[in-house]
Design a protein. Sequence first.
Length: 450
Amino acid sequence: MSDSIDTTGFPAGFVWGVSTSAYQVEGAVTEDGRGASIWDTRCKTKGGIGDGSNADVACDHYHRWPEDIALMRDIGVDAYRFSLAWPRLLPRGKGAVNEKGLAFYDRLIDSLLERGIEPWACLYHWDLPQTLHDLGGWTSRDCAGWFADYAALCAKRYGDRVKRWITFNEFSVFTLFGYAIPWAAPGITDRAAHLKAIHHVNLAHGAGVDVLRSLVPGASIGAIHNRQKIIPEHGREENVEPAALLDEHWNKAFPDPQLLGHYPPRLAEAIEPYVQPGDMARICRSIDWFGLNHYGPIFARAEPNSTWGYWWGDAPPNSPDYGVGWAIFPDAFREELLDIQRTYRLPIVVTENGCGGSDVVDAEGRVNDPHRIAYFTIYQEAMRAAMREGADVRGYFVWSLLDNFEWGTGYGSRFGIVHVDFQTLKRTPKASARWYADLIKAARAAGSQS
Ligand code: FCB
């Protein structure tokens, strides 16, 4: 399959990786002193998770990480992007440190390095300690300081071995869905809470960058943004302004202040009451690369009864889906990469790309996922096209290594290139894992010839 992709011309040092996040794979939520996160609470809330499941066990990565690292070795990745669980390291979010939690990531990091896989550590992939939420969480300005202290703990402990650091994963998803649209923890729907969360998370990012820069010699620091073109549903006039507002909240609320030093216009006006003198300088800190998570464009429509007047709409009828189950627009990915390059002028790392499915193990014990291979092929081609047109893409990470706990939907949608049987926890690499291994090999071989 990789034969059909142009594997030449990747820059030297291009990083091929896989991504996961702590809450989605680790399980062991009450083990070795871990504290509760807002997602544990969400799982216990009636109706919080679509299929009524929880992440108490998830993929049991907390115990099975050696097997998972062996799978990464087999696929041949250069890097593993994972997240550190704040409530595992600081069970109450601040104050007393949990040595057993710290030791878990020591083992993981050391083992990755021994096997030639570079650890890329993300400080925050949505699992805020519950005790901090009880003190106001992201709606409290203090949360930026709590985050900076947590970042310092991680930098001091792992900074001798981990050089690739990410402050946050998908700022706009967890702030919008957590504080304005009730699709994620903590499930608040309030304009002021959403605005405060945006600003305080931006402050936390800036403080985190400063901490990492001062404590980790040679750190390469990025932040991960989900950027997806927002298209007014059916091109209708009444959807244009809602789409423009969603575009600010989804695509610009974080990279614009962090990298350009200002909020986009509609948001700037609304957020002003929460901004103090000097804040923009605190937020706009120099980082080394732009992390992009991209799945597909968003169609937006007016919904006067929602918190902000917009809602998710439908793709045009008969849009191509390549068997994936949602409309696929690779050109939106190419355009996004070029737009990021033009607007923010940083090297780009694609930190998540992939698609879900309901993959099953067949009678021969194999998992065939041709739709995922089709999706990856098309998206690789779009990325290559963007690179030829000037996008400075330095790495690509598949979401995800493993089927895992897919937040509010539970276990229904499988995003892994490795199948996980959630009864037995058995791992079975899918056809797409082999496809990815072949792609990496071909790209390396092409690189060594050039
Ligand atoms: C992204 C999240 C990741 C996973 C994928 C499918 O928005 O960062 O944790 O849920 O979507």
